[in-house]
Design a protein around this ligand. Structure first.
Ligand SMILES: [Zn+2]
Length: 296
């Protein structure tokens, strides 16, 4: 909770998932009965016996609180941040803000979830301020394992709330788009009331390697392959991850030997011999262990 000046309404930050766990990211920020939701993701179960099902966040508070949910803002395209969106939109069909790539994944997820209402998807870009519900929001570019990831600087009556989204500071990102240190520094000078920061394994000492450091490893592995190479992104949204696709293309193009299995809905890349699979294709590939369990 953010304390406010005596003349302004208090601002409440309500985490409904994603704290101390990997997955189920969903946070509401509310002021004077109006709120926005940041991210709406699923969690994949640890138990192997449970197969490929997913958990979704508990959303009862959003309904019980009688707060007006006015917008959803997405930080990036990973499943643990967008995968439960259809469930939320069925309750609150509000505008959804995200970068172009994030929304491209969202469109696919909504189709997969058989969400057949019209969803209002609004594209946002870093450093371009927009209004979402009662707040003014600025996206800030961060680097992560999926492209066009953003942090959010949310201007509230109680001050600036910075929500980092998932990030790792990668000085050699695959897409060449650098972490916007400058904007974070400027916000620091201006004054930030609350920083909400999320970076997996941040408590471990040392630095994470750059995503681009995987290139020589992939090149080495693929050079040893004698037959076709099948590429399956397992973690979250990575199955059709554009920069990874481009990286893999660069790695594999000399041999032109990368192939996707037949029969799935693919995102072919004409002329370079590679293709990406969507998570639904992966689920089809492991059919037999499919289950679904929902907590709300
Ligand atoms: Zn992520």
């Amino acid at each position: 909770m953010v304390s406010s000046s005596p003349t302004s309404a208090p601002v409440r930050i309500v985490a409904l998932g994603g704290l101390g766990e990997i997955g189920l990211n969903l946070m509401a920020i509310e002021c004077a009965g109006r709120a926005i939701v940041i991210d709406c993701g699923v969690m994949f179960p640890d138990e192997p016996a449970l197969g490929m099902g997913t958990y979704i966040p508990e959303m009862a508070w959003l309904e019980r609180s009688h707060v007006a949910i006015e917008a959803v803002v997405l930080t990036h395209a990973h499943e643990d941040h967008i995968g439960a969106l259809a469930h939320l939109l069925r309750r609150f069909n509000v505008p959804v803000y995200g970068t172009d790539i994030t929304l491209a994944f969202v469109r696919r997820r909504l189709v997969e979830a058989e969400f057949d209402e019209a969803a209002e998807l609004r594209t946002i870009v870093p450093r371009k301020i927009f209004e979402a519900g009662p707040f003014t929001v600025e996206p800030i570019r961060v680097t992560h394992s999926t492209p066009n990831s953003i942090a959010l600087a949310i201007r509230t009556p109680a001050g600036i709330v910075v929500h980092s989204g998932d990030f790792k500071i990668d000085d050699a990102p695959v897409d060449g788009e650098l972490f916007d240190r400058e904007r974070f520094a400027e916000l620091g000078v201006e004054g930030v009331a609350v920083l909400l920061s999320d970076s997996t394994n941040v408590e471990r000492p040392g630095r994470s390697g750059s995503e681009s450091s995987l290139k020589p490893i992939l090149r080495e592995l693929t050079s040893r392959a004698r037959g076709p190479i099948f590429s399956v992104g397992i973690f979250l949204a990575s199955a059709s991850h554009p920069p990874s696709g481009r990286s893999l293309t660069r790695v594999w193009a000399p041999s032109g030997s990368a192939r996707a299995p037949d029969g799935g809905k693919r995102a072919p890349r004409p002329g370079n011999g590679t293709a990406s699979l969507f998570p639904s294709d992966v689920r089809r590939a492991v059919r037999g262990g499919v289950y679904r369990r929902q907590s709300a």
